[in-house]
Design a binder for this molecule. Structure first.
Ligand SMILES: CC(C)(COP(=O)(O)OP(=O)(O)OC[C@H]1O[C@@H](n2cnc3c(N)ncnc32)[C@H](O)[C@@H]1OP(=O)(O)O)[C@@H](O)C(=O)NCCC(=O)NCCS
Length: 152
C-alpha cells in the first residue's frame, strides 16, 4: 500500500535528486522505445545543471514518499514538461495526480489549451488523461508526439 505522499514545488536544492530520478526513469522506462543515442542525449538534457535551470524556468511539482522525489511534472507557458514517475512507483496514479495538479495551475494562469511533447512511451498515458494527438515530430532526441488538451 502507498505511504503518505507529499507534493510541493521543486527548489534549487532538489536539482541533483530530480536529475537522478529523471535519468533513472529514462534508462528504465524509455529504453524500449528509443535508441541508445537518444537515451544518452535525453540523459544529458536532464543533467543536474540542466535540471537546475528548469527549476528556475518552470513550475515543477515533485511528489515524495519519504525524503526522495518519486515523481515530477512541470509547466512552462502552455506546455506540460518534465513528467516522470520512478519506475517502481509507476501505475499507481502518481502521474495522473501530478498532471491534474499542473492542469489546475495552468487553469489559474488562464491557459486554455495545455500542450505536451509526449514521448512514444507516454502516449497512452496522455490519451488516458484526455490529451489528443496534434502531430508526430522528430528531434535529435528521437521521435515525440505533440499532444493537446483543452482546459476550458
Ligand atoms: C508516463 C508516466 C509519467 C505515467 O505515470 P504513472 O504514474 O505510471 O501513470 P498513472 O498510474 O498515473 O496512470 C494514469 C492513467 O494512464 C494510464 N496509463 C499509464 N501508462 C500507460 C501505458 N503505458 N499504457 C496504457 N495506459 C497507461 C493508466 O492506466 C491510468 O489510467 P486510468 O486513469 O484510466 O486508470 C510514467 O510511466 C513515466 O515516467 N514514463 C517514462 C517517462 C516518460 O516517458 N515521461 C513522459 C515524458 S513526455
Amino acid at each position: 500500500m502507498m505511504k503518505q505522499i507529499e507534493i510541493r514545488y521543486a527548489t534549487d536544492a532538489d536539482a541533483v535528486s530530480l536529475s537522478k530520478l529523471i535519468q533513472r526513469t529514462i534508462l528504465a522506462s524509455n529504453s524500449k522505445d528509443y535508441s541508445h543515442e537518444s537515451l544518452d542525449l535525453l540523459c544529458s538534457i536532464y543533467g543536474p545543471e540542466q535540471v537546475a535551470e528548469r527549476i528556475k524556468n518552470e513550475h515543477i511539482l515533485l511528489c515524495f514518499e519519504g525524503v526522495n522525489p518519486i515523481g515530477a511534472a512541470g509547466l512552462r507557458g502552455d506546455y506540460l514538461r518534465s513528467v516522470f514517475v520512478e519506475p517502481f512507483h509507476q501505475g499507481q496514479g502518481l502521474g495522473k495526480l501530478l498532471v491534474g495538479e499542473i492542469e489546475e495551475i495552468a487553469r489559474q494562469k488562464s491557459v486554455s489549451c495545455l500542450m505536451v511533447h509526449s514521448s512514444i512511451t507516454a502516449r497512452r498515458f496522455y490519451r488516458a488523461l484526455g490529451f489528443n494527438v496534434v502531430k508526430y515530430q522528430s528531434s535529435p532526441e528521437g521521435p515525440t508526439i505533440l499532444m493537446s488538451k483543452s482546459l476550458s
